[in-house]
Design a binder for this molecule. Structure first.
Ligand code: HEM
Length: 497
């Protein structure tokens, strides 16, 4: 070893010994250096926002109530606010004009999806905005129309027979219908996607439904959780952070079996001969890998099972909470259906049910965080720099609770969406299903299933809430963004006939 090398080794070992003996000083020095580096490396001219502290960034400002947080950020910093959540740069957008600019007029610049925390392979919907994405979205939309929308009424009505029967068995006792609703939606998805009609209490349906919800809960650890701020969190919390991948690999096994079955029978078939959506996807997008097809099918199922369950249960909760509104729907049903079970032909007389769903999602935006996008390259907005890695979040409550757009916006009033007896709302003023080219592919599916379910259930039952006294209207309205705790409330389904 040369004398210079041994000098360096001595110096390093002296330093290590010194810091070991003065570890408090070493920690403070490390934090200060880290903070200086973060400040130096931070992009310049970002939208205004709270100051950053080491590790936590600006997230110290966030509490467990995002609605209140957003309100404060908006009042303090204006329409465009940047907050570092750990090392993630979030940019919250609080104005209808800017949300339209990002999602519609300059849509091409801001259409990248935020996917790195999701345990899926290269799913069609996660492709960056561009020609490949446009082609696959077109195919999916066409297949959705052909295999799903054409059969949805039939399949949903069959499943509703099962759901009604199960609810009758509860004999007007308090029940939490969450699991039953999840099995109901999984049953519809298996019928529509795989041509497999299973009993509502089938073991596989139960397992798949439960795994779909677990993916959601497991991935939530990646969002805004204190876990992320702990140094070396990916090592320390490896099991928790890996949970989404574990759940998804269990789910994949169920979809893989169906993939293999179809693989043996698609040889030589053309797309018009496909007998279900998975088969059609395998034939039409033959260059996709097995895992891409499977993950695309899983993504298409998650919202149709998990989000639908939450959305429907929230509607039922509102109906129980507002018995007068429920009574109005009962009267409309009795008048328009002549005591026969309702179907889609009655929809124009029952606009109030569709309006109820829109109003439920307006006040309780269960999926708004899915509308987060990224710019496809470094760009600017309102004169501020928006780096490529920033996550843009359109804050739907800034539109949904704007009294100029929705007068008396705090009031739960489905009739605000009815004009001259017809459903009426402006696309750019309603964000629950997203807006612009990347908006929700399943919106019509979702609205049709909810319509049929509420119509059928109210035809047959009166829904009530015996826990009513235990929470107030304000709590009901803020069934909070990330927290669906009110969905643990039980309901009573009493037969009407
Ligand atoms: C409770 C019901 C649902 C709500 C509130 C909802 C909401 C949303 C939102 C907010 C987005 C993101 C839009 C954006 O990025 O700008 C989205 C995307 C999407 N949704 Fe839904 N969704 C629901 C049900 C469904 C269902 C039932 C399906 C499938 C059958 C579905 C399939 C999709 C797909 C494939 C995308 C990605 C579209 C793309 O990237 O081009 N959703 N949804």
């Amino acid at each position: 070893m040369s004398s210079i090398d041994s000098l360096a080794v001595n110096l390093i070992s002296e330093l290590v010994t010194y810091f070991y003996q003065h570890y408090i000083f070493a920690t403070v020095l490390f934090l200060i250096t880290y903070w200086i580096l973060v400040c130096l490396l931070k992009p310049r001219n970002l939208p205004p926002g709270p100051i950053n502290i080491p590790f936590f960034g600006g997230s110290w400002i966030l509490t467990s109530n995002p609605y209140n947080d957003f309100e404060r950020l908006w009042k303090k910093y204006g329409n465009l606010v940047s907050v570092y959540v750990g090392n993630k740069l979030m940019i919250y957008i609080f104005s209808k004009r800017l949300i339209k600019e990002v999602y519609i007029s300059r849509g091409d610049d801001f259409q990248a999806r935020v996917t790195e925390d999701l345990p899926f392979e290269d799913v069609l919907f996660h492709q960056p905005y561009g020609e490949a994405w446009k082609k696959s979205k077109k195919v999916i939309v066409q297949l959705h129309k052909k295999f799903i929308m054409n059969n949805i009424e039939n399949e949903a009505l069959k499943s509703l027979e099962d759901l009604s029967w199960e609810l009758q068995q509860t004999q007007s006792k308090l029940v939490n219908p969450k699991n039953l609703l999840r099995q109901f939606h999984t049953q519809i998805i298996f019928s529509l996607y795989f041509n497999e009609r299973k009993p509502i209490d089938d073991t596989e349906l139960k397992e798949v439904g439960s795994l779909m919800s677990q993916v959601y809960t497991a991935t939530s650890v990646h969002y805004n959780s204190w876990v992320l701020f702990v140094p070396f969190s990916s090592l320390i919390f490896r099991r928790a952070l890996n949970k989404p991948s574990v759940v998804v690999s269990k789910l994949r096994r169920h979809y893989e079996v169906r993939y293999e079955e179809r693989l043996s029978r698609i040889e030589g078939k053309n797309p018009s001969e496909a007998s279900d959506i998975m088969e059609a996807l395998m034939i039409e997008l033959g260059d996709l890998t097995k895992i891409q097809i499977i993950d695309t099918m899983i993504i298409l199922s998650i919202d149709a099972i998990h989000s639908q369950t939450i959305a429907l249960q929230t509607c039922l909760l509102y109906l129980a909470y507002y018995p007068k509104l429920q009574g109005e729907i009962h009267d409309l049903l009795d008048k328009s259906t002549d005591n026969q079970p309702p179907n889609l032909t009655h929809r124009q007389d029952l606009v109030l049910i569709d309006a109820l769903y829109l109003e439920t999602l307006r006040t309780d935006d269960i999926l708004s965080e899915s509308s987060s996008h990224r710019p496809i390259k470094d760009t600017t907005l309102e004169g501020y720099n928006i780096p490529k890695n920033a996550i843009l979040v359109p804050v739907s409550s800034s539109i949904h609770f704007d009294d100029g757009i929705y007068p008396n916006s705090e009031k739960f009033d489905p009739k605000r969406f009815i004009k001259d007896g017809k459903l009426s709302f402006k696309r750019d003023e309603y964000l629950s299903f997203g807006i612009g080219p990347r908006s929700c592919t399943g919106e019509q599916f979702s609205r049709t299933v909810v319509f049929l379910t509420i119509a059928r259930l109210l035809h047959q039952f009166r829904i009530s809430l015996s826990m009513k006294d235990y929470f107030n209207e304000k709590q009901l309205k803020t069934t909070e963004y990330f927290d669906n705790s009110l969905l643990d409330v039980s309901l009573v389904f009493s037969p009407r006939r």
